[in-house]
Design a protein around this ligand. Structure first.
Ligand code: DGL
Length: 269
């Protein structure tokens, strides 16, 4: 199968969270078309089993491949943690996930060689970041912390409330005690809590935003395979969801600062 350079970049996530990745792709590659698919019918993935996450991810890839796409970006950390081998086996389009770029960046900047990872329960259970970090540098000590209440707090829009700080302190205090100097935000939603996380962790801890890191990786893949879009017009962005398109349109439009059209996908299974 051949994938043309003027095809779109396909992105999927369990829902809205992957828009942090899409926004960064739009910023770094304004000429690229993007097809974004949010599986809003089955969000959250972070509380689900490995088997379900793999199955949902394969179905998401099939939805994207009905469109003219040249690669798949797995924006969801929980999917990236479990489903990449299955996806790469099943589909012959280039597929990138968020774990590798985030891990590489963390290893590159830690001085104390103590790195914290915060993520959903599924991502922490998979040890995906720990394994990726060890591949780059086995001497780095890794401190994992699942933060299951962060996703609902972000979905509720409670980005700066006192209760959010309280919960963040409960999750992050053990990491502070471990004297990490780098913290990976291993979930699509966590970049939206950056202010809280920065205040709780203090200025000496670097926060790694996987959305920023994956955009660089996508650019590298497109350059390496000579698939950058040669046309210098503004990229077009298409949005698909498996449930509640109106709600997605409202929230995503505000977050991306553009009026968007959202299409409901009915045959996503
Ligand atoms: N997108 C998910 C992730 O990055 C967070 C939301 C969910 O649990 O589905 O792991």
């Amino acid at each position: 199968m051949s994938f043309h350079s003027d095809y779109a970049i396909g992105v999927f996530d369990s829902g809205l969270g992957g828009l942090t990745v899409a926004k960064e792709l739009m910023r770094q590659m304004p000429h690229e078309d993007i097809v974004y698919y949010g599986d809003t019918a089955r969000v959250p993935y972070g509380t689900k089993s490995k088997e379900s996450i793999i199955r949902f991810s394969q179905e998401n890839a099939k939805v994207l491949l009905k469109h003219r796409i040249k690669m798949i970006v797995v924006a969801c950390n929980s999917s990236s943690s479990y489903a990449l081998p299955a996806l790469r086996n099943a589909f012959d389009v280039p597929i990138v996930g968020v774990i590798q770029p985030g891990a590489r960046k963390a290893v590159g900047i830690t001085k104390s060689k103590r790195v914290g990872v915060i993520a959903t329960s599924a991502t922490i259970r998979s040890l995906s970041y720990a394994k990726a970090i060890r591949r780059y540098d086995p001497s780095v000590k890794i401190y994992n912390q699942a933060c299951p209440l962060f996703v609902p707090l972000v979905e509720e829009g409670w980005l700066n409330k006192e209760v959010t700080y309280k919960i963040a302190r409960v999750y992050l205090d053990p990491l502070k005690k471990s004297q990490i100097d780098t913290l990976i935000l291993g979930c699509t939603h966590y970049p939206l809590l950056k202010d809280v996380l920065k205040k709780v962790m203090g200025k000496d801890v670097a926060l790694i935003d996987s959305a920023m890191e994956i955009a660089g990786e996508v650019k590298d893949v497109l350059e390496r395979t000579q698939k950058r879009n040669p046309q210098k017009k503004r990229g077009r962005h298409k949005f698909l969801v498996s449930d509640k398109p109106q709600e997605f349109r409202r929230i995503a439009g505000t977050f991306l600062e553009q009026d968007i059209k959202v299409r409901l996908v009915r045959d996503y299974l």
